[in-house]
Design a protein around this ligand. Sequence first.
Ligand SMILES: [Zn+2]
Ligand SMILES: [Zn+2]
Length: 812
Amino acid sequence: MPEKPYDHNHIELKWHARWENADFYKAEENSTKPKYYVLEMLPYPSGTLHIGHIRNYAIGDALARYKWMRGYNVLHPMGWDAFGLPAENAAIANRTPPREWTLHNIAAMKKTHRRFGFSYDWDREISTCEPEYYRWNQWFFLKMLERGLAYRKKALVNWCPQCATVLANEQVVNGCCWRHEDSAVEQRALEQWFLKITDYADELLDAMSQLDGGWPERVLTMQRNWIGRSEGAEIDFHLAGSGEPIRVFTTRVDTIYGATCVILAPEHPLTQRLLDAAGRARAKSMVDDRANRDPGDIEKEGFATSHFAVNPYSGEQIPIWVANFVLMGYGTGAIMAVPAHDERDFEFCRKYGITVRPVIRPVDGPLAVEPGMKEAFTDYGIVENTGQWSGLTSEEARRQMAAWAEQHGFGKAAITFRIKDWGISRQRYWGTPIPVIHCPQCGVVPVPEAQLPVILPDRIEITGAGRSPLESVPGFVNVACPKCGGAAQRETDTMDTFIDSSWYFYRYCDPHNGRMPFDPARIAYWFEIDQYIGGVEHAILHLIYSRFFTKMMRDIGLIRNSEPARRLFTQGMVIAEGAKMSKSKGNVVGADMLADKLGTDTARLFVLFAAPPEKEVDWRNEGAEGIYRFLGRIYRFATRNTPPVARDGSADRKVLRKLHQTVRKVTEDFESRWHFNTCIASVMELVNLLYAEEGGLSTAAMAEVLEKLTLLLAPFAPYLAQEIWEELGKPGPVFRQPWPGFDPELAKEEEAEIVVQVNGKVRSHVHAPFGTQAKEIEARVLADGKVKPYLEGKQIVKIITVPDKLVNVVVR
Ligand SMILES: [Zn+2]
Ligand SMILES: [Zn+2]
């Protein structure tokens, strides 16, 4: 047949229309096949998909299609993380209700998803802003309330004046709002709801050993640091005069004889009592300034009080200071400063001229001499000038000194964590209403389960002012108390949207359940997720909360698994022409624009080809055009060789070897490291060889080549693969065919037969893979049994080697 030009629009629109109502992406409910749950992180419905989204989905889609072809029952769902601030901001900006704006965006994005032909089981689609979904957020909240895992407290919270809302600690970046790099975060005291994620801190940390190998090491390290477990001791210093205890947490009690001051956090209760009005004002301004609580990032500042603390071991009196880098939320809000053995304390005490006193020496060296220390000595060593503990190792001193504190009633060994309880209250409209009622008689009363969901009222006015917009909706706020029936008020805060995404992947398994969040039996079949795919920016927010939710759900008896996902893959970013994509730069590569111009297959294949999936990809127009030409080459080759023309078969062996090698390479990569870029490169090599050897392929070889090449293409460029499949006269969806096998013998690189001469006379032959190094061949030649007799008693003058062909040994 004459070749056909590659018309991507014609091909993609044709199959898009035929697939629109097809149901071959549905996961089977009762299956005897092995299951495979592949999941990409669900998007926020901002309105448009760009090439960065496409990369995430193209990886998951290739995997899903491959697993179908390998005979798995695949679950590959998609949904919408639909609550959140942008909808509210859009509502303020252009007076569109958040719900309308969100649904409109979902419809637009879903259209693009379908245009790309991603293999989602759309019957399982969920949208977190729908009452049938968020009612279960409320249900989980009530379960946690019953178990004391949800509690309320007045707390200083991070407040972004621009968002006019509370931010989680994770949403504070360098002291500013994560959405507003120029908006300094303030501290405000508000009654808030918290989830006790700290109850699970130990398990979240320890269980990471099960994720080793399946999760990127980088993500595990970020989680470890975020949880931040430190083992140490709590020790009570005493306020000189009154004897009131001041509890400090230290990981190095062995250095306590080197403590030269006690430093309080500016919001420490004692700070307020010890200081005069001017001091209190100074402390307060520190709290306000210090939006970012990460001590590593801020200039250390402090001031002395007129008070002293007594070291309980030595009886020494040391001054009490207040400083901005001491955190109320970590440890006890008070520290002992040991400048000789802690870098941060050293920096602070040098700045303010506070005594530096070394008490730990290196195991193999003398104690540092002060003045003259240039830096803190932070290693373990031998303890000196420390009363009865002098001469012990640091490790031994830590143990004995903590035990001694406990015996004498002024301290104990203790563990502290960096992770804090999860503050979930948001003073916003577009989120899940927190299901509690405030009654003047009964206090906080949970909404009875039978009254769920507490529905978010529609059509309300959103002004962007500071408090929750729900406060101005009397029909929502004013209710009868479920306990006493008296007049009461609903909570008007909504939940952090990270609640929505903490468990959505369970709902996909049973998305229409009206009685429970899901049927536990279905979870038992599908979980854990076999492969989760998303951006590394979610390493500590979403991925810690999801693990916490899973453990909570296990503990209330809903599920058996303790972790949500067996394997996690974090794909790299996509930039465009060397620059980060952003709306303001106007360089966002939109998915629909690409589909129009080059087709969806080209867009997918480019992001898979341009770099290994974990690395950054730079979108280059000329690179994408190269992919487009490559697909065109395949299509033209396939159409002009269908049906195959009878030829002599002289190239069969060479081409089939390359074909089987390519199948082996792609198969091994899907099963291991996902280097799709090198897989696609090897398919390109195969296509180049096909062009070179086209005239020498027999009918049977050509048929095999075309079939397997099409199957190899199916996970990466499904529209084109399907079109060729039809051209080949084969029925059914191409990605429901068995994955092509390879013959390991045929895939073996053929060996070169190398002639071995001694002084120009043929004495032997050796076989070696093509391209074997001359040195290696020569060593084999010299050890060859047929050659050896001719070398005995002779001196080798030189060896002449023609690669892959000949070795001539010249002897004398
Ligand atoms: Zn903000
Ligand atoms: Zn009441």
